[in-house]
Design a binder for this molecule. Structure first.
Ligand code: SF4
Length: 249
């Protein structure tokens, strides 16, 4: 947990998390999925903002389970298992949009793997043939679409030391990005931010780091805000890239 040392003594950064991962009994069956890595180590350093989209849209506990289903049009919808006519896709997407005011202040998000609402990728999609694993939870997908620079992981990744450390790096960097945003963007401040992360960027992806510098070089005053947004997305992608010598299992 070497990355934490640089953050010692600083106000805890806020990370969104699927409520069931914090031991809250919000799952369809009245259970939870408490995760020891999140509730133990990470809770010492991050402030968690728990949220369950299925509760937010008015589904109770217990409730009939929902799942992703591929329609004949190949459109993927999130529907109730016991009533195919009850479609929650729009409600869950709108739910994500409705959380923008606090999502925009987050430094990261930890989603529940495999959930038709919260899964980031590889969610089971039911159809006429055998289920596929190419779905994205509706709430998680919309949240990532709204904030493409936000560091996101599923809880299963955080059991792996390399992936957990990588997520932490990105969360800490996002905290510094928020500080920059609060002070106000300028071309010089973007370069300062970049240079402050130069070593780690070069270690992760030298080409990606140079592309970031090209972007900053081309940035003029009228492109400042637009390019700052592009920079953040590319910066996080570089930081997430596998570092030489790392073993991602
Ligand atoms: S995975 Fe998401 S929707 Fe399902 S219980 Fe957990 S927080 Fe709620």
């Amino acid at each position: 947990m070497s990355e934490f040392k640089e953050n010692a003594g600083v106000t805890k950064l806020t990370v969104g998390v699927s409520s069931c991962l914090l031991g809250e009994a919000v799952r369809y069956d009245g259970g939870h999925k408490a995760n020891s890595h999140i509730m133990g180590t990470l809770a010492e350093y991050f402030e968690f903002r728990s949220f369950c989209p299925e509760i937010d849209i008015g589904l109770g506990v217990p409730r009939a389970p929902i799942r992703l289903t591929r329609k004949q049009s190949h459109d993927i919808r999130c529907i109730a298992i016991d009533d195919a006519a009850t479609d929650y896709t729009g409600a869950l997407g709108n739910c994500a949009d409705g959380q923008r005011s606090w999502h925009q202040n987050l430094c990261g998000y930890i989603f529940k793997q495999g959930s038709p609402s919260c899964g980031m990728a590889g969610v089971k999609v039911w159809g006429e043939l055998a289920p596929g694993l190419d779905g994205i939870g509706v709430y998680a997908g919309k949240t990532m679409q709204n904030f493409p620079g936000l560091p996101c992981e599923e809880e299963c990744s955080l059991g792996d030391n390399v992936r957990r450390e990588n997520f932490i790096k990105r969360v800490l960097a996002m905290g510094r990005w928020h500080e920059l945003h609060e002070r106000g963007f300028s071309i010089q401040r973007l370069w300062d931010f970049h240079n402050c992360h130069l070593d780690i960027l070069m270690r992760h992806d030298r080409d990606g780091c140079e592309q970031l510098e090209t972007l900053l070089t081309k940035t003029t005053g009228d492109l400042l805000l637009e390019n700052a947004g592009i920079y953040l997305i590319q910066f996080m992608a570089v930081l997430k890239a596998r570092q030489a010598g790392e073993i991602l299992r």
